[in-house]
Design a protein around this ligand. Sequence first.
Ligand code: HGY
Ligand code: MN
Ligand code: MN
Length: 436
Amino acid sequence: MPRAWRRGKPPISGWVQEQTEIVEDSLRKIPDTERLAAGIASLASITDPEQPYTRRPFTEFFQKGRQWLQGEMEAAGLKVRLDAAGNLVGWQAGRETLPPLMIGSHTDTVAGGGRFDGVIGIIGGVEVVRCFNEVGINLRHPLEGVEFLAEEPTDFGVSTVGSRGMVGALSPELLDKTNEQRPPLSEALTELGGCPEKVPNEVRQRGDIAAYLEMHIEQGPILDQEGIPLAAVTGIAGIRRFTVTIAGEPNHAGTTPMELRRDALVVASRFVIESELIFRSEEDSVGTVGYLQISPNMANVVPGLAELIVEMRSIDPGIIARIDERLRQKAAEIAEERGIPIRMDPLTDASPVQADPRLIEITTQACRQTDPRALVLPSGAGHDATQVGTIAPIGMIFVPSRSGISHNPAEWTDSEDIALGVQALARALVLADETF
Ligand code: HGY
Ligand code: MN
Ligand code: MN
């Protein structure tokens, strides 16, 4: 994690101090830690058996996980539906007719992912609703609990599919994305029960969501290193991704002299190494080439085609723009030197998002009432909150990731820490209910 991302200012003013006192006794009883841990274990058991813990979106494992989650949402008192963008949306009325307070996250995983990324946000959110109903906390605002479709990069290259859809950022071009193994994203969405044609009709506008809160694992090392269980989040790094296509020429590996080869993999390798040098030379940012396909991918054929996905992330849009420019320049240099074209096509571009100042204050207060040592941090990982943040005030709460490991089956967060995150989320909702 780059230096300047580590800590924001902890902004606490007097006005949020007293609001939770009335319900403090009830809040202290939230959550039922055993029920919470059992829920997380149940969802973890619904996985691709070949590769725990994997629920890739649009697969049977993902759908089974959702069925289980729908049961939990209903048991918590939520009325559940699937929206046009494929989000599982639960609703509970409030005391007043107001736009809802929304809580959410995702249950899809990367291939070989962990048990907590996304999962604790939605299971924790459902636990809060259930506890509110059990202890008799009835908010002014309706509550909406959302399991967003496909937060992680899909096989179509698009991530945060459902949250994009909800805010009007799932363009026809994105819905048309395909790859060799799969029909377009729009078809996959239809099969799942969504309705691509109706996505524009259901787009939420500014004002439709009073405030959005998401609890998530940090996925980085800071809370674990500091031995502190909670953080309020100041903002979320932007992520820009490109597909990079390098078209060389397949040829016989035994007969083609070295100087006559047009080896796409060699050029791709140069691009990867040079990109890393650029990423390392920039502060407050990270970058990765995490996807590479070559063809024909045979031991005795000079690779003819390479396709990569490169991404760059920063909380500062200017840094993303600069890295983008430097990568393009470097790609042009390598292409020129090797006489093989390198094409960079924009794939997705999620701008950095700042948490709403009131929600930073609310989540900081909620976390500190739960544990006075709570930190205030930015997020290097992307979230559904990034998309929701384009139309609504957002805030997030982090709990620790052991050794900062995530997107890995070894991902771990202690149940006690998740329980603190849920309690902080409950407090934040009560504060937000008074504020928005
Ligand atoms: O890629 C991300 O940052 C997130 O984990 N989906
Ligand atoms: Mn993830
Ligand atoms: Mn996540």
